[in-house]
Design a protein around this ligand. Sequence first.
Ligand code: NI
Length: 180
Amino acid sequence: MDSPHTIRIIGDPVLRERAAEVTDIDGRLARLCEDMFSTMYAAPGVGLAAPQVGVAKRFFVYDVEDHVGPQVLINPVIEESEGEWEFTEGCLSIPGLHFDIVRPRVVHVTGRNLDGDEVSLTAEDFLARVIQHELDHLDGVLMVERLDEDQRKAARRAVRKLQLEATEPPTGLAARFGLR
Ligand code: NI
């Protein structure tokens, strides 16, 4: 599948910024979302936030392969959250690494869709996890910052190795993880 965008990898400053609110929900944004879906499916992944393709704006796309299908959430806000759930997360910007992370199990989130309509949804388990992970990207937060102290040292080593490989052409990250 075609991948219109290169996914930014940990170490890229755009992944550390707080993204700006979306002010115009227009055709340009819709086309960008289409490209992000292609990039996400090609990776493959279940969620992709705008900063991961170098756009510091508050929106993300996701498709958790449920009956709802592909979704875009613009200017999302978590209004409420409850429970606790440990789940093994991955991130397209930290390819090949996975970490057990505890987050709330249920979230109530509001935002807008591509039609500009208000969205209000209560998500549980995997969907809630994807939404929280992608929303973190909009705040410049990567999953490695959600680790406890014990996990952190090992994570730092793994990430450093990943970043070294990313700067080594031609057998770097792209070849190793099939990224384009
Ligand atoms: Ni991610």
